[in-house]
Design a protein around this ligand. Structure first.
Ligand SMILES: Cc1cc2nc3c(=O)[nH]c(=O)nc-3n(C[C@H](O)[C@H](O)[C@H](O)COP(=O)(O)O)c2cc1C
Ligand SMILES: Nc1ncnc2c1ncn2[C@@H]1O[C@H](COP(=O)(O)OP(=O)(O)OP(=O)(O)O)[C@@H](O)[C@H]1O
Length: 142
């Protein structure tokens, strides 16, 4: 049984999220998703949807076995609890793989880090980014 962890904000779901989670699930047998707490989303605009609502929507997706709300202060607490064999990073996530691997090793955690593939964001017929969905709403409804 190979357990895989995926993680992200998942504010306003779109097919890019589904693609990432399918890709992550295909890396093993059981997919756990850590949904970032709003307080930790500091690298972009904070999510519109509340923490619990984002977790509930991710948990309802077919590739997902369990969705967990992230820890507010220490991102390694859920990893220790879930104990995955693989952490699947999203294709565009800012995390540095070597630094993350070193931090995991410092905590005595042994897991492989892999990158998921992208679903083309330049496909003009589809909205494959939460930021772009919000921009479209602002353009069309304001
Ligand atoms: C291994 C790992 C574990 C994470 N655990 C948590 C966590 O426990 N709590 C949390 O709020 N965010 C957690 N995150 C999410 C990050 O804090 C960050 O917000 C997230 O990568 C944002 O991704 P996005 O820009 O793709 O939405 C984790 C990220 C990684 C790589
Ligand atoms: N088009 C896509 N193809 C593949 N993976 C995607 C795509 N869009 C998002 N993801 C992945 O889904 C996870 C969560 O993404 P996130 O919640 O940041 O959504 P986003 O649409 O990228 O947001 P934003 O547009 O605000 O940057 C990340 O790992 C990200 O790489």
């Amino acid at each position: 049984m190979t357990r895989v962890v995926a993680q992200g904000t998942f504010d306003i779901l779109h097919p890019g999220h589904v693609h990432y989670l399918r890709d992550a699930k295909a890396m093993g047998d059981e997919l756990h998703v850590i949904v970032a707490r709003s307080v930790n989303v500091t690298h972009k605009e904070p999510p519109v949807m509340p923490d619990d609502q984002r977790r509930e929507m991710v948990a309802a997706l077919k590739p997902v076995d369990e969705a967990h709300l992230g820890h507010p202060e220490d991102i390694f607490v859920p990893i220790e609890r879930i104990d995955p064999a693989i952490i699947a990073l999203g294709y565009d996530q800012h995390h540095d793989e070597e630094r993350l691997q070193a931090a995991l090793a410092d905590r005595g955690l042994d897991c492989e880090i892999r990158r998921a593939s992208p679903l083309d964001r330049d496909d003009s017929d589809r909205l494959l980014s939460t930021g772009r969905i919000i921009d479209r709403v602002l353009e069309e409804r304001s």
